[in-house]
Design a protein around this ligand. Structure first.
Ligand code: NAD
Length: 301
């Protein structure tokens, strides 16, 4: 691929590492964020500071957004990106947002003559920094190859989910599995403790049995069995409960609109909402086990 200029809007926890990996791959990255500190970190990692979002967009072949939620993406597209982008620019939104916003933004972009792609990610800040995110892509058939080439320096996998909005749909369905499975693992470990089972022994058994799942074997919510899991760091870092709650809310909204029955997803949303309401929104979502164990006093985040 020829050298590209990328406007990167939103270089926060995730976008910062992602933009840095684009710069490392030899692309010119024009970074913009409302936070001057975030821009300064991006510049230190090889990006250029853009004077404004409009200036970055006007100079770019590709525009990548990594913003908090649907409203931010809708506003950025309507007020900054569509009025300023170069003809033929490829517009990629990597934020996690609601499916309706993703489709509305893509339709607006298409009507204005642009190629638009939704490409939310799986993997947290560590994967963003390491360039090992999984991208779930929604776009027109013919746009996938170009999107994949752009996303590669940030990715371990780039998978097309379907047309516009399909990437977001896959993302919220995946995270609904994660939210529910983590609660199942937490409940089982809390019960095992009450029954006098040693956590490591139960882990060894369940991880070789039908209870095996990612929440258990890659992200065990009790310290010890998986040394890299946030449970070993007092539930700091990792994937914040508030973020999990956001994704579960998006799943419930989508379920209500589409008529899907997702009672376990609703329960999971309720439990993480309670954990958040009790003041632990910044804790890793696996910290919810401390609520189930009745040990919230042991949680410092
Ligand atoms: P963040 O809050 O660290 O970053 C968002 C950045 O956007 C901030 O720096 C903020 O200043 C900036 N911003 C907000 N409005 C802006 C605007 N109009 N113009 C320019 N910049 C603006 O959040 P994050 O953790 O980087 O998450 C970003 C997105 O990635 C979210 O949609 C989130 O759901 C998704 N995500 C996060 C994770 C994770 O583990 N953190 C994992 C997967 C997906």
């Amino acid at each position: 691929m020829s050298a590209q200029t990328i406007a990167f809007i939103g270089v926060g926890n995730m976008g910062g590492g992602m933009a840095a990996n684009q710069a490392k791959a030899g692309r010119e990255v024009l970074a913009f964020d409302l936070s001057p500190d975030a821009v300064a970190r991006a510049v230190a990692a090889g990006c250029k500071a853009a004077g404004s979002a409009a200036e970055a967009v006007a100079a770019a072949d590709v525009v990548i957004t990594m913003l908090p939620a649907g409203a931010h993406v809708r506003t950025a597209y309507a007020e900054t990106i569509l009025p300023n982008a170069r003809p033929g620019a490829l517009l990629i939104d990597c934020s996690t947002i609601d499916v309706d916003s993703a489709r509305a933004v893509a339709e607006g972009a298409k009507a204005a003559g642009f190629r638009a792609v939704d490409a939310p990610v799986s993997g947290g800040v560590a994967a963003a920094d390491a360039g090992t995110l999984a991208f779930m892509v929604g776009c027109a058939d013919g746009d996938f190859e170009a999107a994949e080439a752009v996303l590669k320096p940030m990715a371990k996998a780039v998978i097309r989910a379907g047309d516009a909005g399909a990437g977001q749909a896959a993302k919220i369905c995946n995270n609904m599995i994660l939210g529910i499975s983590m609660l199942g693992v937490c409940e089982a470990l809390a019960l095992a403790e009450r029954l006098g089972l040693d956590a490591q022994r139960f882990f060894d058994i369940a991880s070789q049995s039908s209870g095996q799942c990612w929440s258990l074997t890659s992200y065990c919510p009790v310290p010890g069995p998986v040394p890299t899991a946030p449970s070993n760091r007092g539930y700091t870092g990792g994937f914040a409960t508030a973020m999990m709650l956001k994704d579960l809310k998006l799943a419930q909204e989508a379920a209500a609109k589409s008529g899907a029955a997702t009672p376990m997803g609703a329960q999971a949303e309720g439990l993480y909402a309670l954990f958040d309401r009790l003041g632990h929104g910044r804790a890793d979502f696996s910290g919810v086990i401390q609520m189930l164990r009745g040990k919230l006093d042991e949680l410092s985040v």
